[in-house]
Design a protein around this ligand. Structure first.
Ligand SMILES: NC(=O)c1ccc[n+]([C@@H]2O[C@H](COP(=O)([O-])OP(=O)(O)OC[C@H]3O[C@@H](n4cnc5c(N)ncnc54)[C@H](O)[C@@H]3O)[C@@H](O)[C@H]2O)c1
Length: 271
């Protein structure tokens, strides 16, 4: 148990399952107050969590941490603004925004991908991150910077969850790769605009992870083998691998890091 985020207020979108849940728990364990936001309060049953029956905010509260749940669709401006406002009204400020909510509609070529699949993917994965950044930065600019233990002043930190599919093409994932490419370059652009404001904006690009999103592929022998073969490290990733990187980027240890794409991919993109 560390207290590196004691006194900080965080919002995590898509917090009920997988990466978002692991990130919310890691930030709370480090002392942050976490506003959990998701379409649904309970975890997706396809996930690999050992405590699927307990909602993320309840896990935090039971461990003695501070958390709240706000129902919200990350692709809807009203919902994202409402979630940020909840943090500000209830806890006084916002220090950390983790834009994690995302969808994946399966493997298909552009010939077979439907317009509905494209719109859903872009709305949640790309527009959702844009909205999260927009309302977090709007709030960060209104509040006084805090002074970190090393004397640095910071207004707030954003961690966007992109993907290796935002850095390289992944076969048969046209809309998903387009949406994650948008997250990657939005992160760079915003980091430039808001470095003078002392706002850190970074993204994590995970490789293949065992979460509900990927369960159907891990359960089939051929696609399970493919994901393992594509990952140089001898196992696929876990949500906790992403959470550790998110904790670092949300903390004062990442004081002078901004506009970075942090790969957490078992060397997938190192080849
Ligand atoms: N699992 C992987 O292999 C992998 C790899 C790279 C990147 N990612 C990214 O990590 C993020 C989380 O993925 P995961 O693997 O944990 O997925 P998941 O499906 O296990 O969990 C996603 C969570 O987001 C929520 N959600 C979905 N749409 C939402 C919306 N519109 N508004 C609010 N919440 C919504 C779901 O209810 C769920 O709780 C996504 O952005 C995903 O693209 C995942």
């Amino acid at each position: 148990m560390s207290n590196r985020l004691e006194g900080r207020v965080a919002v995590v979108t898509g917090s009920s399952s997988g990466n978002g849940r692991a990130i919310a728990l890691a930030l709370a364990r480090a002392g942050a107050t976490v506003v959990c936001s998701d379409l649904r309060k309970d975890a997706l049953q396809g996930g690999y969590e050992t405590d699927l029956g307990v909602d993320t905010d309840d896990v935090i509260l039971k461990a003695g941490g501070r958390a709240a749940f706000v129902s919200g669709d990350a692709s809807k401006a009203f919902d994202v603004q409402n979630t940020v406002q909840h943090a500000v009204v209830k806890y006084g400020r916002l220090d950390i925004m983790v834009n994690n909510a995302g969808v994946f509609t399966g493997l298909h070529s552009i010939v077979d991908e439907t317009e509905e699949q494209y719109d859903l993917t872009m709305n949640v994965n790309a527009k959702g991150v844009w909205l999260g950044c927009k309302y977090a930065i709007t709030q960060f600019l209104k509040q006084d910077p805090i002074t970190t233990p090393s004397g640095e002043r910071v207004r707030g930190r954003i961690v966007n969850i992109a993907s290796i599919g935002g850095l390289v093409g992944l076969a048969l994932e046209p809309a998903y790769c387009a949406s994650k490419g948008a997250v990657v370059n939005l992160t760079r652009e915003l980091a430039l605009d808001h470095a003078p404001d002392r706002i850190n904006i970074n993204a994590i690009c995970p490789g293949f992870l065992a979460t509900a999103m990927v369960r159907s592929f891990l359960e089939q022998e051929d696609t399970n083998k493919l994901l393992h073969d594509l990952t140089p490290w001898p196992r696929v990733g876990k949500a906790e691998d992403v959470a550790k990187a998110a904790l670092f980027l949300a903390s004062d240890d990442a004081e002078w890091m901004t506009g970075s794409m942090l790969t957490v991919d078992g060397a997938f993109t190192a080849r």
